[in-house]
Design a protein around this ligand. Structure first.
Ligand code: ATP
Ligand code: MG
Length: 381
């Protein structure tokens, strides 16, 4: 029987396993290592992961995503009130202010809690692992943001239990990343020598976490952590979407904000454009056919334009980086390296800020997408 490590992200999940002396990440039935954190209900079917995400545009009200941020919270929580404003599916308040997610399934209205939805996703991850490993999987280690509260952690444990998974441990995402780094470094200082200090920056879909860790052979010590739980790649997408809404209003006399499906398509294209801008500084096109009122729309953007629009967000990144540096009490010359993980650390501005604050070029020793899952799997090895 195998033990799996799960990185439960707001956008996607990764699963890793310790096998044959190494750590492997597991591919799903679409041969992808990333499984979207997405659950959908369509007629008689329940769709999970890639299949759910693929049909989001045509089934918006019954395609549930972004639920990592609803777990263990209540409907009167200001964070939840803000979060559900942007969700295309319906929620309601259950007894004790529990969050209910309303869907149509088997031609009936159903209400599920975020724990139940998370459990459905976990059953998919469990199945994927069992198929890949050709053995039963019951035990797992799951990662959580370091700032998750007891109630958020309990909700995740409940979800795992519903999915038939036994959680050996919930591990902080920051710790998981540090473990992955430490395990393969053969040249760490001896236990009694001066430690090697490494900064880790994880910027994902919805959150930013920064940690300072001191390593010696066989030992790691968390010196400091800092976070911005409300900054991630999706916030940049939202700004790009708003920019193009205004642009299209002026040039095409259409308002995509009034059309949820158009808005979702625009968000998908804006995210693609954002990713292209990480690799190109030239002007890039964005074209969407039959966008609204049978109109094809065209827009374009340069990386510097995006940087201008998002300057206030990047300023918040800088504040979080500086906070971690201050709390760690390390001088920049005591820092060995800064390692980046998470999809949004591919953004050039974020790399530049890292260099400004820590005086070191961001290094990519770790697999940016899989480091957290690998750390979870290591814990079980
Ligand atoms: P979280 O850690 O916030 O719960 P997650 O772990 O699911 O979320 P990641 O998979 O680390 O998030 O990152 C996904 C984010 O990274 C998305 O917002 C995506 O648009 C962004 N991203 C991925 N590749 C790039 C790129 N090349 N340039 C810019 N952003 C990127
Ligand atoms: Mg993540």
């Amino acid at each position: 029987m195998s033990v799996i490590g799960i990185d439960f992200g707001n956008e996607s999940c990764y699963v890793a396993v310790a096998r044959a002396g190494g750590i492997e990440t597991i591919a799903n039935d679409y041969s992808l290592r990333a499984t979207p954190s997405c659950v959908a209900f369509s007629g008689q079917n329940r769709l999970l992961g890639v299949a759910a995400s693929n049909q989001m545009v045509t089934n918006m009200k019954n395609t549930i995503h972004g639920f990592k941020r609803l777990l263990g919270r209540t409907t009167n929580d200001p964070h939840v009130i803000n979060e559900i404003k942007h969700l295309p599916y319906q929620t309601q308040s259950l007894p004790n202010n529990q969050i209910g997610i309303k869907v149509n399934y088997m031609n009936e209205d159903h209400v599920f809690t975020p724990e139940q939805i998370t459990a459905m996703l976990f059953t998919k991850l469990k199945d994927t692992s069992e198929q890949a490993l050709k053995t039963k999987v019951n035990d797992c280690v799951i990662s959580v943001p370091f700032y998750f509260t007891d109630s958020e952690r309990r909700a995740l444990l409940d979800a795992a239990q519903i999915a038939g998974l036994n959680v050996l441990r919930l591990m902080n995402e920051t710790t998981a990343t540090a473990l992955t780094y430490g395990i393969y470094k053969q040249d760490l200082p001896e236990p009694d020598d001066k430690p090697r200090n490494v900064i880790f920056v994880d910027c994902g879909h919805s959150a930013l976490q920064v940690s300072a860790v001191a390593f010696n052979k066989g030992k790691l010590k968390m010196l400091a952590t800092a976070s911005d739980p409300n900054f991630g790649g999706r916030d940049i997408d939202a700004i790009l979407v708003e920019h193009f809404c205004k642009d299209f209003e002026t040039r095409y006399k259409i308002n995509p904000r009034t059309n949820p499906r158009a808005l979702l398509r625009l968000r998908t294209e804006a995210e693609k454009l954002k990713k292209q801008m990480s690799a190109n500084s030239t002007k890039l096109p964005m074209n969407i056919e039959c966008f609204m009122d049978d109109k094809d729309v065209h827009g374009d953007m340069k990386r510097v334009d995006m940087e201008g629009l998002c300057a206030h967000l990047f300023h918040r990144v800088e504040i979080t980086l500086r906070k971690c540096l201050e709390d760690s009490k390390l001088r920049p010359d005591e820092i060995h390296s800064v390692e980046i993980v998470g999809g949004s650390t591919r953004i050039p501005s974020i790399k530049q800020l890292i260099e400004q604050v820590f005086g070191k070029t961001a290094s990519t020793t770790l697999n940016q997408d899989e480091a957290v899952a690998r750390g979870c799997a290591l814990q079980c090895a």
